[in-house]
Design a protein around this ligand. Sequence first.
Ligand code: SAM
Length: 354
Amino acid sequence: MNTPAIMEKLKREHRLTKEEWIFLFDNRTRQSDEKLFRMADEVRREHFGNKVYKRGLIEFTNYCRNDCYYCGIRKSNLKVSRYRLSEEEILSCCEEGYRLGFRTFVLQGGEDGAFAKEDMIRIVSAIRSRYPDCAITLSIGEWDKAAYQEFFDAGADRYLLRHETANKEHYESLHPKQMNYERRIECLQALKEIGYQVGCGFMVDSPNQTSETLAEDMMFIQDFRPAMVGIGPFVPHHDTPFKDKQSGTVTDTLFCIALLRLILPFGLIPATTALGTISETGREQGIRCGANVVMPNLSPTIVRKKYELYDHKICTGEEAAECVNCLNARMEAIGYEIVVDRGDSPLWQGEKKA
Ligand code: SAM
């Protein structure tokens, strides 16, 4: 086995064996990383040119019933100042977002029981009727299949639910007993069956992650073939059980982004805020290594700091318009362009095959 041959195989076949994945993770050099980054950028340019899609993120609640060991808004963190946006506030975030050229709204939140299924259906329907030309993405955790179906019928197009890790034991080391690996995967399968453009994903360098668990993540993704994959570095939060764990690195994250681009040539892969948090130029580097999406925040400035999943999260003070201008300039400076577009998966429209 040798790294260049495995990378060429991945580019050609969009999948590898577990042994090949582990070999790739265990035999990295600066040179082979750079070759991979170039290959990933070539593939993304072939299918997306220099276009970058933007998604308007609306973090509408930081209440959560879950207690993930890594997450700053976990239920047991009693220091969090909790908030919920009203339906009216959510709609005014969309209004501002539309004005700023967003054509995808991402409603993300903790698993907040106060937003019942009917509330989410009402909110999705209201956005759908006001913005028929926009995509609606939900990122609101685990529900039963019937609820996912009702959100879809109300007008939601996409769903982000990171699988977090494709290794059961690793999953159990990141989450308390109440959370269940099999259920997470069942949710992702259900979302796909319903017809959502589905996004899975994981944190890079999360505690207990190994070459083997990463190989399993990549194998899960090459089989599941999601429309989107959200990955970013694990970043510790000072009021969680993982407060003393090591933060993820930029190069490990770029390495995973580039691999994902070769698995999913048409995939929608964000350069995440977490990547921008651990490095001033993290998002630019992500875009240059195969990512094609950015997700600026549309939440009202007064709640931004309260949606603190990890320490030192960037862009918590700026108005949405400032974030958009800043990102436009950053992308332009490296030769990419943020476009006004829903940015659906090209495969979704049935135009191409992976
Ligand atoms: N509740 C929804 C869910 O479970 O999908 C969406 C919100 S959840 C906070 C969004 C994502 O944030 C998680 O899937 C996790 O990967 C990421 N996240 C949480 N804590 C993090 C941390 N300390 N560092 C990096 N990413 C983190």
